[in-house]
Design a protein around this ligand. Structure first.
Ligand code: HEC
Ligand code: HEC
Ligand code: HEC
Ligand code: HEC
Ligand code: HEC
Ligand code: HEC
Ligand code: HEC
Ligand code: HEC
Length: 247
C-alpha cells in the first residue's frame, strides 16, 4: 500500500457525506416555507390555508333557526344524539342558499349504517338484521327519521304467538283472555325479549275459576284443586292453551 493514499471507499463516502450536508443547507435556504418556525415547529401559513377552506358543515344551531319544528321533535326522540348533518350531509351551502337541497337518506341504505346488526355495538343498542327486517320498503314508511319510535305493534298477541293463539281459539279456553293468565308489560309489544311476560307460578291461577269453592262461574267445570292436582302444577297435566288436551 502506497504511503499517504486515502482508501478508495473513504473517498466515495466522504463525497456522499459532503453532498448530503450541502443538500441540507441548500434545501434549508431555498425550500423551507417562509413561515416555518414563526409560531413553532410548523408552517404558520397553514393556519390561513385551513381557515380559507370552504365551510361545509353549518352545525345544528343554524339548522334549528329555520327548522324549529324538526329540531324540537328530534330533541325529544331517540335520535336526540344524532345531529342533522350526520344524515343530511354537510349543509352549510343550503343554509346560505335554500335553493340548494341537502340530501336525505330516503333509501334503505342509510339507516343500517348505524342499525344493522353488528356484535361490536353496545348491548341494548337497537339493531336489526336489515335483510330480514321488513325488506323492500324504505325505513321511513314505518319509522319517522326525526322521532324514530318503533311503530306500535298490533295489541293482538296472536300476531307474534300465532300457533298458541290459533290453538286456544278452538279450545275450551277460547273465551279466556291471554292477559287473564299473563301479566304483559306494554314494552313486550315493542321489545319482547327484553320485556318478559309473567307466567302463572302456582295453581291459584287456575283455581280462581276451577276451584270447587268458586261460586261465580257455574258453566266452568270444578275440581277440588288440592286433591285433584296433588303436588303438581295444573299445567303439568293440562296444556293451558288447550286444556282439554289432557294425557
Ligand atoms: C335560512 C333558513 C334555513 C336554514 C338555516 C336551513 N334550512 Fe333547510 N330548508 C330551508 C327552506 C326554506 C327549505 C325548503 C326549501 C323548499 O321546499 O323549496 C329547506 C329544506 C330543507 C330540507 C328538505 C330538502 C328536501 O329534499 O325536501 C332539508 C333536509 C333541510 N332543509 C335540512 C337543513 C339542515 C340539515 C340545515 C342545517 C345545516 C338547514 N336545513 C338549515 C331553510 C333553511
Ligand atoms: C336519522 C337521520 C336524520 C336526522 C338525524 C335528521 N334527519 Fe331530517 N330527514 C331525514 C330523512 C330520511 C328525511 C326524508 C323524510 C321523508 O322524505 O319523508 C328527512 C327530511 C327532512 C326535512 C324535509 C321534510 C320534513 O320532514 O320536514 C327537513 C326540513 C329536515 N329533514 C331537517 C332536519 C333537521 C333540521 C335535522 C336536525 C335537527 C334533521 N333533519 C335530522 C333524516 C334525518
Ligand atoms: C349516526 C347513527 C344513526 C343513524 C344514521 C340512524 N340512527 Fe336510529 N338511532 C341511533 C341512536 C344513537 C339511537 C338511540 C339508541 C338508544 O336510545 O339507545 C337510535 C334509535 C333508533 C330507533 C329507536 C329504537 C328503539 O329502541 O325504540 C329507531 C326505530 C331508529 N333509530 C330508526 C332509524 C332510522 C329509520 C334511521 C334512518 C332514517 C336511523 N335510525 C338512522 C343512531 C342512528
Ligand atoms: C313495514 C314497517 C317497517 C319497516 C319498513 C321498517 N321497520 Fe323497523 N320496526 C318495525 C316494527 C313493527 C318494529 C318493532 C317490532 C320489531 O322489533 O320487529 C321495528 C323496530 C325497529 C328497530 C328497533 C329494534 C330494537 O331491537 O329495538 C329499529 C332500530 C328499526 N326498526 C330500524 C329500521 C330500519 C333501519 C329500517 C330500514 C332498513 C326499518 N326499521 C324498516 C317496522 C318497520
Ligand atoms: C311483537 C311480537 C310479540 C307480541 C305482540 C307478543 N309477544 Fe309474547 N313474546 C314475543 C317474543 C319474541 C317472545 C320471546 C320468545 C323466546 O324468547 O323464546 C315472547 C315471549 C312470551 C312469553 C314467554 C315468556 C317466557 O319467559 O317464557 C309469553 C307468556 C308471552 N310472550 C305472552 C304474550 C302475550 C300474552 C301477548 C299479548 C298480550 C304477547 N306475548 C304479545 C313476541 C311477542
Ligand atoms: C288459562 C291460562 C292461560 C291463558 C288464557 C293463556 N296462557 Fe299462555 N301460559 C299459561 C301457562 C300456565 C303457561 C306456562 C306453561 C308451562 O310452563 O309449561 C303459559 C305459557 C305461555 C308461553 C310460553 C311458551 C309455552 O308454550 O309454554 C307463551 C308464549 C304463552 N303462554 C302465550 C300465550 C298467549 C299468546 C295467550 C293468548 C292467545 C295465552 N298464552 C293464554 C297460561 C295461560
Ligand atoms: C277465567 C276463568 C278460567 C281460568 C283462569 C282457567 N280456566 Fe280452564 N276453563 C274455563 C272455561 C270457561 C272452560 C270451558 C268450560 C266449558 O265450556 O266446558 C274451561 C275449561 C277447562 C278444562 C276442561 C276441559 C275439558 O275437557 O272440558 C280444563 C282441564 C281447564 N279449563 C284447565 C285449566 C287450567 C289448567 C287452568 C290454569 C292454567 C285454567 N283452566 C284456568 C275458564 C278458566
Ligand atoms: C296429575 C295430572 C293432573 C293435574 C296436576 C291436574 N289435572 Fe285436571 N285432570 C286430569 C285428568 C286426567 C282429568 C280428566 C279425568 C278426570 O275427569 O278426572 C282432569 C280433569 C280436569 C277438569 C275437568 C273436570 C270435569 O268435570 O270435566 C278440570 C276443570 C281440571 N282437570 C282442572 C285442573 C286444575 C285447575 C288443576 C290444577 C289445580 C288440575 N286440573 C291439575 C289430570 C290432572
Amino acid at each position: 500500500m502506497s504511503k499517504g493514499k486515502v482508501p478508495h471507499q473513504l473517498m466515495v463516502l466522504s463525497v456522499i457525506a459532503v453532498a448530503v450536508i450541502a443538500g441540507f443547507f441548500v434545501m434549508r435556504a431555498y425550500l423551507t416555507p417562509k413561515s416555518f418556525g414563526k409560531y413553532g415547529h410548523y408552517r404558520a401559513d397553514a393556519i390561513d390555508d385551513v381557515r380559507n377552506l370552504p365551510v361545509s358543515y353549518a352545525g345544528v344551531n343554524v339548522c334549528a333557526s329555520c327548522h324549529e319544528e324538526v329540531f324540537q321533535k328530534k330533541a325529544k326522540g331517540f335520535h336526540r344524539g344524532v345531529t342533522c348533518e350526520v344524515c343530511h350531509g354537510p349543509a352549510a351551502a343550503h343554509a346560505e342558499d335554500n335553493s340548494i337541497k341537502p340530501e336525505a337518506p330516503r333509501q334503505r341504505g342509510g339507516c343500517p349504517l348505524c342499525h344493522n346488526y353488528n356484535p361490536a355495538r353496545p348491548t341494548g343498542f337497537p339493531q336489526i338484521i336489515t335483510a330480514e327486517h321488513n325488506p323492500g320498503k324504505p325505513c321511513m314508511t314505518c319509522h319517522n327519521p326525526h322521532d324514530p319510535v318503533p311503530p306500535t305493534t298490533p295489541e293482538d298477541c296472536g300476531v307474534c304467538h300465532r300457533s298458541i293463539a290459533a290453538q286456544k281459539l278452538v279450545s275450551k279456553h277460547s273465551s279466556v283472555e291471554c292477559t287473564t293468565c299473563h301479566q304483559v308489560p306494554k314494552q313486550h309489544f315493542v321489545n319482547p325479549r327484553l320485556n318478559r311476560v309473567g307466567k302463572p307460578t302456582n295453581n291459584e291461577a287456575c283455581g280462581n275459576c276451577h276451584g270447587s269453592d268458586v261460586k261465580t262461574q257455574p258453566q266452568v267445570p270444578k275440581v277440588e284443586t288440592a286433591k285433584h292436582a296433588g303436588r303438581y302444577l295444573c299445567w303439568e297435566c293440562h296444556y293451558p292453551h288447550s286444556p282439554e288436551n289432557t294425557p
